[in-house]
Design a protein around this ligand. Sequence first.
Ligand code: HEM
Length: 506
Amino acid sequence: MDLSLSGTTLLVIMLSILFIVWFFKRDQPHKGRLPPGPLAWPIVGNLFQMDLRAPHKTLIKLNEQYGPVYTFWFSGYPAVVVCGAEAVKEALIDHGNEFSGRYLFPVFKSMSNGYGIGFSNGERWRQLRRFTLSTMRNFGMGKNSEEQILEESQHLIAYFRNKKGRPFRADFPLRCISANIICSIIFGERFNYDNKNFHKLIQMVTEIFLTLSSPWTQLYNNFPRIMNLLPGSNQKFFQSVANLKSFLNKTIQSHKESLQKDFFRDYIDSFLLKMDEDKSGINSEFILENLLLSTFNLLLAGIETVSTTQLWFLQILAKYPEIQEKILCEIDMVIGSNRRPAIEDRAKMPYTDAFIHEVQRYIDIVPMNIPHMTTSDVEFRGYLIPKGTFVIPLLTSVLKDANHWETPESFNPNHFLDENGCFKKSTNFMAFSAGKRTCVGEALSRMQFFLILTSLLQNFVFTSVIDREDIDISPVTSSFLVAPRVYEICAVARKSDLEHLMNVSN
Ligand code: HEM
């Protein structure tokens, strides 16, 4: 009998052994009963099934096949994907504590090493979250911030007015206004739109998001060691991360030098004073690493999300003049043109409020959410999910859930209006996620959306030079933060320059 094996047979046998070993070993660190999902390959898991440009689309397709809870394998680790309004609420709200951990994807780990509010866990995260929420109440949510947003809106209006109705891209000035608002909260400073250092700061943030939203992230999260050896996106990305941290480090240093007891100017001052108070506390999380990473998280989270949403506002208004007309009518009736908008006006402007909510629902800006993790073993829908498991509460599956939205894939402000035209709240509106880990910038963002949009529409009508049928408002696919196609728009003044100047001087 000829016992010699051909190279191909040997390869097949070796791969089979590898597969069997991997198949039985894969559940060992995960002693629970994970839900079923697509068959995964050794080493690469389900990577080849994933659309690297739009992973959320792959996860939605698998939801149709495997139901609301299933397991999807990244290269070496499983993710439990939770889909649909009911299942996501059950996980994030009913089992809030157990699903409140943050899973550190390799890319997030290399950026934060588990420090800072966004990517920490346990007692560290609890201390930082409590502190950030209360500090944001002082600097980012109250009457002061309303005033500050209105002040910032005047700079944006001046920028738009300077364009004299000619077409321009609004993405840059919109980034400037959201950056100025978050910079004022973090380190008490605003910048002129033509300040070169400000441009650099915005560019660093934009570059980090562009890379995070590219297929590179999915490859990095699957094969960090190999990806670390490669040039290109890696170096650019980590260079931007290092530059942003170095900018924040210098800012923290100069705050330390000018710090006054009992007088805090901003988030950094408040944190430094807390560090001073807690100096003797053994378990205090008020240390420099957490200050650096928390300000890094806030800056990243606060610029791109808000400015991208606002860019969509303007492009959608240019595409649907009939919708814009309804908002203009509400503004004229409730606010008029002789005073600035106030946050109390929102309750009297249901159509405007519905428009803002519907833009957020429709654009679905963070479709995959930020990765969650179980903080203890948890029984969930008949499965036993072990502590430390990566969980994806799929926000897109809630914001586009066909069981809850009349026309989930189309832009339709009626989703948030009842038959009498009153604003209709929905618990399925989860653009900011839900539960213990829900976005800390929600109140600030909602305040900005209302005040900036109404301030702009008091002054301008938005049109486009291209045919409105040709404006495509659907999101460009992405692996993290989705973005719109950017069109030039025209901000046509509603009042003459003279009328405007008279109003401003009043
Ligand atoms: C359009 C605006 C925004 C959207 C759609 C948005 C969305 C989100 C989402 C989906 C999460 C993940 C929640 C989860 O893990 O379940 C999140 C977390 C977070 N957001 Fe926002 N965000 C926005 C604006 C902001 C702003 C302006 C800030 C800063 C002031 C901010 C700061 C944060 C932070 C620090 C976290 C992490 C919270 C934690 O881990 O405990 N976000 N955001």
